[in-house]
Design a protein around this ligand. Structure first.
Ligand SMILES: Cc1ncc(COP(=O)(O)O)c(C=O)c1O
Length: 398
């Protein structure tokens, strides 16, 4: 048995945790992990102060809709709190099948599969289909869950410059022509607020025989008829093979979905480790998502208000000379270029009662350090006024 004196300090991984620079900086400046004490829609209470939430992805504002809350409550009374098992074993319920059918119909797809997180759905949309020997063509700005899916797939990956079909074509032409190919893009890029240049991208995908996966976490509920998403916005439903997304944004729940043809979804159900080895979506979350989906089709005023608020907000930022990276959607970054300026701007907004989130390199490209903001249909006139005052104040502080 090792003498305790010699085994002391031998755990290199414990040293790594203790000495990590990023963790030390996070704890010193405390920009993340703020535990909100109270919330009512876009009004929150933090450190005893009333603030406006300007960084939530509750685009349609359904998280406090009485019908959504009631549906979650009723589902828990009927089904209990959790499935406590994977879909393949004891975790499958009639409400999963119902939600999947409703999502598939809404998206004009044959089938759909839901997971307990959007992260799992999107990761699974890549890792279940691509394998060693395949070539993945990936927009360099895709979400972390898609990169994780790429890593798990063991396929070869080639990046192309963000939202650039010309570069995509060049990269597609340069890879082994016989290898099976997958194209991965987002419908709306969450960090930048850009809409995918889908018609041009799909022309390349068609030419090179790419199986296309589109993550529409931020396009679903926001673009297209009744919020059917980016593919519907461009009328290209027959071109994209897999649409994945999150239930945690416009659908005001937590969880994720993958929608595709029946044969593609059945293949995923056989091969997705994220499906086979992870507990199924809980009853309350499924019910909240399903009711939000119904509201998208019966109460169009939320989508109208989202875009009205977005237009007003963008004009406000433009008037102050702020760089919004050409955002075209309610996800609006404020690019400030360095982490020091971002920190000062963020602090000034906090001081004035507006809650936002910082994003600094390496999470964003160098020189693109930014504040992440997102507009909701729930933001009121008074809140938009308060945001305008806070932005003007923050601009003076940098
Ligand atoms: C583009 C994109 N895909 C997937 C996800 C993961 O979704 P969830 O938060 O539901 O796990 C997110 C969430 O931030 C996202 O922005």
């Amino acid at each position: 048995m090792a003498f305790p004196l010699f085994s002391k300090n031998k755990k290199a991984l414990l040293d790594r945790c203790r000495d990590d620079y990023a963790t030390k900086m996070r704890l010193k400046y405390a920009p993340f992990y703020h535990a909100i004490e109270e919330q009512k829609g876009t009004s929150i209470r933090l450190n005893g102060r009333d603030m406006v939430m300007l960084s939530s992805n509750d685009y349609l504002g359904f998280s406090f809709h009485p019908k959504v809350i009631e549906a979650g409550r009723a589902a828990m009374l009927k089904w209990g709190t959790s499935t406590t098992g994977a879909r393949t074993s004891n975790g499958s319920r009639a409400y999963h099948v119902e939600l999947e059918q409703k999502l598939a119909t809404f998206l004009g797809r044959e089938a759909c599969h839901v997971h307990a997180a959007g992260y799992l759905s999107c990761l699974s949309s890549v890792a279940s289909f691509a394998q060693k020997g395949d070539v993945i063509l990936a927009d360099k700005n895709i979400h972390s869950c898609l990169w994780d899916g790429i890593r798990l797939s063991m396929a070869t990956v080639e990046r192309f410059s963000h939202n650039n079909p010309v570069d995509l074509r060049e990269v597609a032409a340069s890879v082994e022509s016989r290898a099976p190919k997958m194209l991965i893009i987002e419908g709306v890029y969450s960090m930048e607020g850009h809409i995918a240049r889908l018609p041009d991208m799909m022309a390349v995908a068609d030419e090179y025989g790419c199986f296309t996966v589109l993550d529409d976490a931020h396009g679903f509920g926001v673009l297209g008829r009744q919020g059917r998403g980016t593919v519907d916005h461009f009328g290209l439903n027959d071109k994209v093979d897999v649409v994945c997304g999150s239930l945690s944004k416009s659908l005001a729940s937590t969880g994720g979905f993958v929608a595709a043809s029946r044969e593609v979804i059945e293949y995923l159900r056989t091969n997705s480790k994220q499906t086979i080895f992870s507990a199924a979506l809980s009853p309350g979350q499924a019910a909240c998502a399903q009711t939000s989906l119904e509201l998208m089709q019966t109460e169009p005023e939320h989508l109208d208000r989202l875009w009205k608020n977005t237009k007003r907000y963008r004009e406000m930022l433009k008037g102050l000379g702020l760089d919004t990276w050409g955002s075209e959607t309610p996800a609006v970054p404020i690019v400030l270029g360095s982490k020091e300026v971002v920190y000062r701007f963020w602090q000034a907004l906090m001081e004035k009662g507006v809650f936002t989130v910082m994003s600094i390199a390496p999470a964003v490209p160098p020189g693109k350090d930014l504040i992440r903001t997102a507009i909701s249909a729930m933001h009121t006139e008074e809140q938009l006024e308060r945001i305008a005052e806070a932005m003007a104040y923050a601009v003076k502080k940098i």
